[in-house]
Design a protein around this ligand. Structure first.
Ligand SMILES: [Zn+2]
Length: 342
């Protein structure tokens, strides 16, 4: 279970390394020349891109009002840059392959084959499946609590952590949604949304880990745990967004929050007599093995499947087991509370 959070942390970390390390591909003078030419002329060889057509003063060509809007112009610039990078990369990779050289990274990313306009189609598909898995898990959790388990006279569930897991489900789905968007098209905005939703999930998961493992049931002690962590996570996101997108600092924050969660859950897993604790161990071991995929990075097979994509695939079954543990916990707590009532 702790490793599950490590996976989220590694998601953030790996995205950092993938995007911002200087790569062999984009420091290649031939690639740079191609990119410079493309951004000037809007063409790579025979192929020309409509988004790169700007008039001499840098504004757009004549068109309806919405084509003169700043947001539309920004989008055009992003699309032009991304098309130029993509086609220059394909050309360079073709030349390298003819010389018998293997693939290299460009702007921190392996050369991926676009599919229907998606930058990393396999990672997008697996992110979407993770999202679906969280939705399925959350929905079955919800129906279990409100329709299958007995309710209190005021129609509320006995399980004390129901609201917290509902928020967790929402944050997880939002993180995977933005992960899918980010892997579809990597621009400044999608990157920020992906990072911020991942950091928010990480911060919230830490709160949840502490509240659940220490069995905090009263409002006061929950607020004492949540308030400083919510304040910190919010400030951290605002700092990254408004002041400085500091990747190193963000990494430190992720590692510290990840370690804190790791310790919290593992100590609890070791001391608890929870009947479903074996599910925690499955997720811990599975998560540990999955992490190897992030460490042993390799070039995408057929330009489509890389280690990062496989790692997103591996979290799908882990998510299933994780929600299954949460549901077991709800049943376990409910039956304990009912015994007390009787
Ligand atoms: Zn990813």
């Amino acid at each position: 279970m702790a490793s599950y959070y490590w996976i989220i942390c590694f998601l953030v970390l790996s995205c950092l390394f993938r995007v911002y390390e200087a790569s062999a591909g984009d420091s290649d003078p031939l690639y740079r020349a191609c990119l410079g030419e493309c951004e000037k002329t809007g063409c790579v060889g025979e192929r020309c891109f409509s988004h790169c057509k700007f008039s001499s003063d840098g504004s757009t060509l004549d068109g309806p009002w919405y084509m003169q809007e700043p947001l539309y112009l920004r989008w055009k610039q992003w699309s032009c840059q991304s098309d130029c990078r993509y086609h220059c990369m394909l050309d360079r990779e073709k030349e390298r392959a003819e010389l018998g050289q293997g693939p290299v990274k460009y702007h921190g990313k392996w050369p991926f084959q676009r599919l229907y306009g998606f930058q990393e189609p396999v990672s997008v598909a697996f992110s979407a499946l993770n999202l679906a898995m969280h939705f399925h898990g959350w929905l079955s959790f919800f129906t279990l609590l409100y329709y299958k388990l007995p309710l209190k006279p005021d129609k509320r569930p006995f399980y004390e952590y129901v609201g917290l897991w509902n928020i967790y489900g929402f944050l997880s789905m939002s993180a995977w949604f933005w992960s899918a968007v980010f892997h579809s098209r990597d621009i400044n905005l999608t990157e920020k949304l992906d990072y911020f939703s991942a950091v928010a999930l990480l911060g919230y998961s830490l709160i949840l880990a502490i509240i659940r493992s220490f069995g905090l049931r009263d409002e006061a002690s929950r607020v004492m745990v949540a308030a400083p962590l919510i304040a910190f996570t919010t400030t951290h996101i605002m700092y990254l967004n408004n002041y400085k997108m500091d990747y190193g600092w963000n990494m430190t924050v992720c590692v510290v929050m990840g370690i804190a969660q790791l310790l919290t859950w593992s100590i609890w897993a070791a001391v608890t007599r929870h009947p479903s604790r074996w599910k925690l161990w499955v997720v811990v071991v599975g998560g540990g093995l999955a992490m190897l995929l992030e460490i042993f990075d390799f070039a995408p097979y057929l330009g489509l499947v890389d280690a990062h994509a496989l790692w997103h695939a591996s979290t799908i079954p882990l998510t299933y087991i994780w929600w299954s543990f949460i549901k077991d916990d709800a049943e376990y707590r409910t039956s304990n509370l009912l015994k007390k009532v009787k």
